[in-house]
Every structure is written in C-alpha cells, then in structure tokens.
Design a protein around this ligand. Structure first.
Ligand code: FAD
Length: 560
C-alpha cells in the first residue's frame, strides 16, 4: 500500500478499531429482536474473515507495463499487491461486503496506480489507452451502486486509478466564493483545509469521512445540508477532466467556473454523474461559503407521518430556507429512540413519562409519532427568523418543538450509523438502504407502497424483515425518501437480498420516483435506467459513451 493514502478496512466500513456497540444503548437489543427476530444476547458475532483466506487471480499486468507506469508516478506509487487489489475491487454496498467477506472476487483490478498530479494522470491515461487497458478511477471507495468493480469477464488488464494523493486545496477566489480543489480530497481533509481559511463546502453525505470530491461529482452526491448548500451538481461549477490525448492534442477537458451559461447541452452536467466513464476528474472549482456564525439543529415531533410530510411540503414552499429538513416515519422514530445511549437529557425526557403524557393528552397515538430534525444556519438574525417561520408551520400541522437536545444527538450519531451494517453482517443479518426522489404529490403513496412491496418480498423469502424511512431532502417540487431495510439471512444471502432490493427499486419507479436520488446508477441500479429516463434517454447516453470512449477503456458497462 502507498503509505500516504489511507483506505477503509478491506472487509467493511471505516477504519480498524472503530465499530458499532450496542451495550451502551439499552433499547437496541429489544428493538432488534422485535424487528428482525435476532437475539443479540444469544447470537455471538462471527469474526471478520482472515485476509489469508482471500484468493485473487494473478495480475495480468506485465512487468514491462508496471515499470512503464513506475517511470511516470514513481515505483512506490504503482502496485500489484494483493491487499491493494482487494481494497480497490468493490465499493461498500451490501452486495460488495457479502461478496468480499465470502471470498467471492471474480475479477480484481490487476494493478493500482496513485498519481501525484494532473500531468501524471494524463501520462498514465495515455499509456493505459495505448495498451488497451481498462481504467477505473477510485476516490474513497464508498459507493454503493456497484460503480467500481471490474466486469467479471474482462480479459484486458484493469487499472485502478486511486486519486488519494491528489487532495490539495489549490486556491480560493474569496470575492466569488469559489475554491479549486483536487479531486482526491476526502471530506474531512477538504473541510479542514477550507475551515483553516474560514470557509466550508457544506457538503456532508453520511459517508463524508471516507468519500472524495471526485467521487461525489462522479456519482451526483447529496449531503445532509444540501437543502441549503445544494446537491453536488449545484455546488460544482468548474472541472478538469483528463481524457486520452491524441496526435499532440491535450486530453484535458476544462469547464471554466462560470455561475451560469447558455451553452448547451451542458458538458458539465455530462461529467456530473459519469461514474468514471468520460475520463478522470482531477480537480473541481466549487462554490464555498463563509463558516456560518450560527448552526443549530432542532427536534420536532409530529402526531403522524402525513402531518409531518404536509409540514415539510409547506416549509419547502414558504420563505423559510432551513439547512436540513428531515422527518422519520413512525418506525424509524422508534429505531432512533432505541439507538440512543444511556438515558439522560432529551432521551430520558422522550422515553420517560413527561413527553408521552403530553402527547397522549393531545390525542396522539405513541406508535404513530414521527421525529423531525430541522437545521438553521447563517447569521444570528437569519437563523432566528428561519426558525420562527418554521415553528409557525409546524404548529399549524399539529407538531411540537422539543428543543436542541435531539439535534445534538443527531449531530453526534450521523457518521456512526455506517458501522451498523458491519455489526449486522457479523451476526448473519443484512442492513441496507435505498433512496428515491419524487414530486410532493407522490410522497405518501410512494412511502406506503414501498413499505408494502418490501413486506411482500420478506414474505416471499419467508423471512422476518424490517423497513423504515425518512425524508432526507426537500426541494420546491418534491423530496427524497430514504429507506433502510434489514433481515436475518437464510440460506442464500445474495438471492434473498436481490428479491428485497428489486421489490423496493421497482416500487420506486411504479410510484413516480427516481431509481436513486444520490447513490448513482453503477451496475446495481442499471436495470431500472430505461424505466427512469426512457429508451430514448438510454440511447442518448449510450451514444455519448460509445462516441467519446470508442475503445471502452473508461469503467465500461457502468450506468449503461
Ligand atoms: P468511489 O466509490 O471511489 O467511486 C464512485 C464512482 O465514481 C466510481 O464509478 C468511480 O470510478 C468514480 N470516480 C471516483 N473518483 C473519480 C474521479 N476523480 N474521476 C472520475 N470518476 C471518479 N452518497 C451520498 O451522496 N450521500 C450520502 O449521504 C451517502 N451516504 C452513504 C453512507 C454509506 C454508509 C455508504 C457506504 C455510502 C453512502 N453514499 C452516500 C454513497 C457514496 O458515499 C457516494 O456515492 C460517494 O459520492 C462516492 O464517493 P467516493 O469518493 O467514495 O467514490
């Protein structure tokens, strides 16, 4: 491994020594038993697999090709090492984790290259294309749509191009609020460099700690505060993309950071979400903001999902511009309260008698209540005014505010939940997510029908399963619903997973939603692409990829 690039565990999320713990969360074990029938007291965890048991076919890269790349990036930055190849084989989807843990690696990249600057990327790309090698760009390796794995039947050499050494903040145009940043910067590194100069990007996906700027752009990512800062598609203005050079003409595609333009179709938009198929994003110029003077997240309760969604819709249409609008359905509200640590402060209040008594006195059914988080950011006066506007709407829809306590908990837990998937896998259970965007008029219908479709799928495979949801982002015309589902594996983990995942994805499309809101297409969601954008839409996309990459060297067969 290259010393100066950190990777996640090869078998799971995050770094060694960090994981999810349940013993300090009194409500968690009973919740899991009731939801999926798993008794944590009697289900001992299985240790993660030993790396010695993992087998990978010999690298197809010839010593001559490896040494030609070493002459470009340095011998320390090109490798055919087994651990490097395994780390770069998959992302972190449930399917990826199940396969890597079970030693199901049909096709690993043959070598991994770590370029140090744009010129090295250009020379690596040119050498690879000249040798008809497949290039798969790698950012943080966190994607969950099957966007990284080499196709199983690939007979050519596969090169994983890891952008991890290219992580510098190059420059800030303070007058325009634009920052030029190298594409390999991971979330914390990027925010630390911006923060040191008083700026923030404001892009915080749940995977923030282990995902990169280039990966966010290549998958059309969205963050927790995107209601205020925009999705990455709104944030990115300028781009450098390295494509093959030919006959002395540079392969560098440059999109200048213009605030808006009438040049269309937009090449910038083609790059955003291209999943490595159009070239290597080496840097981006992104919209940045001064770190806000005030940032608060408040908790609210609603008597039921319909009332909460009606309030979120009205907030989206109002003058209020909160940074976060999020509401959990009743099931996820139960889960959130169950994953709280020892009860003190807000938890004690919520789980004790005061709040339930108050809710009952209002005629609420405790099984129906929904927890919402709403965030306010900006100057003191702005944040205060936003909250006033929102409070009025919440009240109109029968909700009530419960202060900052839950918001503090939300902030503390937001980057921990990814570890829960490994915790469940260690105990023979699946936990995964799927999300979709839809117009406001379809939100309730889609929610109910996706839950029903998942439950039907659980019945079909004869397994007790669990599905819950929250609205994670809102827009003027609609919202994103984010579903989390779990079940204990039977005899055929991947087959059972397919049945449930397929049912959820099809229910998205059948109920007016997109195939995904922020996870991209990859291989995982490609079967729904035609239903998402029509056969003509697929033809346009296919034509684009075939025309600009005739040799199919750039991450072939992803998306289409
Ligand atoms: P990678 O996984 O390394 O790559 C993803 C794709 O982008 C691949 O096709 C790759 O080839 C391509 N790519 C990467 N870098 C470049 C580059 N420089 N040039 C060209 N192509 C490139 N996503 C969200 O948007 N919001 C969330 O809240 C969120 N939460 C998540 C939580 C968990 C627990 C997990 C596992 C994933 C989550 N994701 C989320 C999905 C994932 O983090 C995103 O898809 C992320 O944008 C991927 O970035 P990455 O740097 O890890 O890219």
């Amino acid at each position: 491994m290259t010393d100066d690039v950190q990777h996640m565990k090869w078998w799971g999320w995050g770094v060694d020594g960090v994981g999810f713990h349940w013993q300090d969360k009194p409500g968690f074990a009973p919740f899991v038993e009731q939801a999926v029938g798993l008794d944590l007291h009697t289900a001992p965890p299985v240790d993660p697999p030993s790396f010695d048991d993992i087998t990978v076919a010999a690298s197809l890269a010839s010593p001559a090709f490896v040494s030609s790349l070493a002459s470009i990036v340095g011998a320390d930055h090109v490798t055919t090492d087994k651990l490097d190849r395994v780390v770069h084989t998959y992302g972190k989807s449930l399917r990826d984790l199940v396969r890597v843990r079970a030693n199901l690696i049909e096709r690993a990249p043959d070598l991994v290259v770590y370029p140090g600057d744009e010129d090295e990327v250009q020379r690596v790309v040119d050498a690879a294309v000249a040798a008809d090698v497949v290039i798969i760009p790698f950012g943080g390796g966190s994607n969950i749509a099957g966007s990284l794995e080499p196709r199983a039947d690939e007979t050519r050499v596969v090169l994983s191009l890891d952008m991890g050494r290219m992580r510098e903040l190059i420059d800030i145009d303070e007058e325009s609020g634009l920052a030029r940043i190298q594409a390999g910067a991971l979330g914390p590194d990027l925010e630390q460099q911006l923060g040191a100069r008083g700026w923030t990007l404001g892009h915080f996906p749940d995977s923030f700690t282990h995902s990169s700027l280039g990966g966010w752009i290549a998958t059309r990512s969205s963050g927790m505060q995107s209601d205020k800062y925009g999705d990455i598609a709104d944030i990115v203005r300028g781009l450098h993309v390295v494509r093959p050079s030919s006959a002395g003409v540079s392969g560098l595609l440059v999109i200048r950071p213009i605030p808006s333009s009438s040049t269309g179709p937009s090449v910038r938009e083609m790059i955003v979400g291209s999943e490595g198929r159009l070239g290597i994003i080496t840097e981006a110029t992104v919209v940045v903001h001064r770190i806000p003077a005030k940032r608060d997240v408040y908790g609210y309760f609603f008597p039921n999902w319909e009332a909460g969604i009606a309030a979120m819709e009205e907030i989206a249409e109002s003058d209020a511009t909160p940074s976060i609008t999020r509401i959990s359905d009743a099931r996820e509200t139960g889960f959130s309260l169950a994953t709280s640590k020892e009860r003190h402060g807000f938890d004690k209040f919520a789980a004790g008698t005061v709040l339930p008594t108050l809710m009952k006195s209002k005629g609420w059914k405790l099984d129906d209540i929904c927890l919402s988080f709403i965030g306010y950011e900006g100057g003191e006066a702005h944040a205060t005014r936003q909250k006033k506007l929102v409070d009025r709407i919440v009240k109109k829809h029968g909700g009530m505010g419960v202060g900052k306590g839950p918001g503090v908990l939300y902030d503390q837990k937001k980057f921990d939940t990814p570890y829960l998937r490994d915790f469940l896998l260690d105990r023979g259970a699946a936990g995964d997510v799927s999300e979709s965007a839809m117009p406001w008029s379809k939100v309730n219908q889609l929610h109910d029908n996706v839950v029903a479709a998942a439950e039907k799928a659980f019945d079909e495979i004869g397994i007790k399963g669990w599905i819950m949801s929250h609205m994670s982002h809102s827009y003027h015309s609609g919202a994103c619903l984010y579903f989390t589902f779990a079940f204990v594996f039977g005899k055929d983990p991947l087959g059972e997973y397919d049945v449930v995942k397929r049912a959820i994805q099809q229910a998205f499309i059948d109920n007016g939603g997109s195939l995904s809101h922020h996870h991209g297409v990859g291989l995982e969601h490609a079967p729904w692409l035609e239903q998402d954008i029509s056969s003509q839409g697929v033809a346009v996309m296919r034509g684009l990829f075939e025309a600009v990459d005739p040799g199919a060297n750039f991450n072939p067969r992803k998306i289409v």
